[in-house]
Design a protein around this ligand. Structure first.
Ligand SMILES: [Zn+2]
Length: 247
């Protein structure tokens, strides 16, 4: 079930094999903006969730990517099939992984070490490879830290690198919602840092959390784990302290 966040934004509930994913949709009179697009083969779930909000895939005008991991780019191609004019947006350092110029980071790391991988990891590597095959799409607009996209009351790009090289979060200025992608995680209403196992540069990822303290955030959406509300500044401060101790 999609979950309304405010008048013009909602979380889409996309079930995955290893837990739910939480793409966000925001709209105004002219635009429908989708942040992240699930795993490949989940397009029907997106259709169902959008329909609950009275929206359809061919109304989407912008797709914003937090980063290039397979569970964030999976259905972009299907959206573009419905509406070829969609503006596709990512940080300039993520774009080459989404348009196919570079081998995705996690796949490259596994392939570099393929001789030494367990059977299970080899299977995962093969799955990733197949997942990414033919998923490449052009990025029509690259963004940088601090850019403000002039749609839906303004969406600010916040570089929260670390999980991947050019991972960004998106701050919805009007509603004070931070769509955090994989820069944060949440479980049962508790905010966590990025999962070190799946993070490219954990030190950088934790440094990036510091930047969130400069924003007036009322709600934070972790792509894996969903919505966290209230005392966001305090929660982030505590999170940074805990993460620093672990490092
Ligand atoms: Zn993810």
């Amino acid at each position: 079930m999609s979950q309304k966040l405010c008048e013009n934004a909602a979380i889409l509930n996309i079930e995955g094999r290893s837990g739910d994913m939480n793409p966000v949709v925001i709209w105004d009179n002219e635009n429908v903006v989708l942040i992240d697009t699930g795993l490949p083969l989940q397009f029907d779930l997106f259709k169902r969730e959008l329909a609950e909000l009275g929206l359809a895939p061919d109304q989407v005008t912008h797709i914003l990517f937090t980063h290039h991991d397979i569970d964030h780019i999976g259905c972009a191609k299907e959206f573009l099939g419905e509406s070829p004019k969609i503006e596709t947006i990512a940080h300039e350092k993520e774009a080459p992984y989404i348009n196919g110029q570079k081998v995705p980071l996690k796949l490259a790391a596994l392939e570099a070490d393929v001789e030494n991988l367990s059977m299970e990891k080899r299977g995962f590597c093969e799955m990733l490879k197949q997942g990414f095959a033919n998923r490449q799409i052009e990025i029509t607009k690259v963004v940088q830290d601090g850019d403000i996209l002039p749609v839906c009351g303004g969406i600010q790009v916040v570089l929260t690198s670390g999980h991947t090289i050019g991972h960004v979060s998106y701050y919805l200025i009007e509603s004070k919602i931070l769509v955090g992608g994989d820069a944060v995680n949440a479980t049962n209403g508790v905010l966590y840092g990025p999962n070190p196992m799946h993070t490219y540069d954990i030190k950088n990822a934790i440094e990036s959390l510091q930047k969130l303290l400069l924003l007036d955030i009322e709600t934070i959406i972790a792509y894996h784990g969903g919505r966290i509300e209230g005392n966001i500044g305090e929660r982030i401060k505590m999170l940074i302290e805990t993460e620093k101790r672990i490092l």
